[in-house]
Design a protein around this ligand. Structure first.
Ligand SMILES: Cc1ncc(COP(=O)(O)O)c(C=O)c1O
Length: 223
């Protein structure tokens, strides 16, 4: 929660008996922070009847992957997507790293042609240019930090991130009202509408630097 910047020690995770699946999103959405995954092996042993799915959708941006320990644990699954760091959201390519018996089961129930040829080609192409992807990831993270600093200068509370989006609390402003006004200016920011966090929370994703400047200018006028 906000008081500890949305950090959570996985060693303290307590899972109710009978739980089939526990999902850990690392790096996490919507705050963009990542977890220390060191306690995971102990958790996998402590809850042998629970499958742990680690969603590594944003792993290209930050965080410690646990994909390499999948072969050692029958209850660990990792899912990935090329929609985030690799920007291929429209191609709909994702994959899982998971124990054999689950892979076989999934493939038996999958569509005969789960991946369009063109998506496959795009995925293979992007995976051959990991250096360029990493270069852009560094830029995205820099732009995110710069945008966060600009919002703080306007009096907005922002929370730590390691990805290209972050949480911001615009209180005393209402995020839904603010998002509507921004939308009229062609700027799309997602109000969270979370009753626990409060009405001021938004998830802010970086755009290109010039566009970020437009956002900051608009907020300067609206706040
Ligand atoms: C945490 C997380 N996991 C998985 C996904 C799935 O992405 P896609 O369906 O584009 O592969 C998303 C997309 O927003 C996400 O935020």
């Amino acid at each position: 929660l906000p008081d500890n910047d949305f950090a959570f020690d996985l060693a303290n995770l307590e899972i109710p008996a009978g739980t089939t699946l526990a999902v850990i999103v690392n790096p996490n959405n919507p705050n963009g922070g990542s977890f220390d995954m060191a306690p995971l092996p102990e958790l996998l042993g402590r809850y042998p009847h629970t499958y742990f799915l680690v969603d590594e959708a944003f792993i290209g941006l930050a965080g410690q992957s646990v994909a390499h320990i999948v072969p050692q644990y029958p209850n660990l699954l990792v899912t990935r997507t090329l929609s985030k760091a690799h920007s291929l959201a429209g191609f709909r390519v994702g994959y899982a790293i998971l124990p054999d018996h689950l892979a076989v089961d999934l493939n038996t129930h999958n569509d005969a042609y789960p991946l369009a040829r063109v998506s496959q080609a795009a995925a293979l192409a992007t995976l051959q240019h990991e250096d360029k992807i990493m270069e852009r990831v560094r830029k995205l993270r820099d732009w995110t930090e710069e945008l966060g600093a600009e919002l703080r200068a306007l009096g907005v509370r922002t929370f730590p991130t390691q990805t290209y989006f972050f949480l911001a609390d615009f209180a005393p402003h209402d995020a839904t009202v603010l998002a509507d006004k921004l939308r009229e200016r062609g700027i799309f920011i997602k109000p969270l509408g979370d009753p626990i966090l409060g009405p001021g929370f938004m998830r802010v994703t970086t755009a290109l630097p010039d566009d970020n400047q437009r956002v900051v200018q608009s907020l300067r006028e609206l706040l």
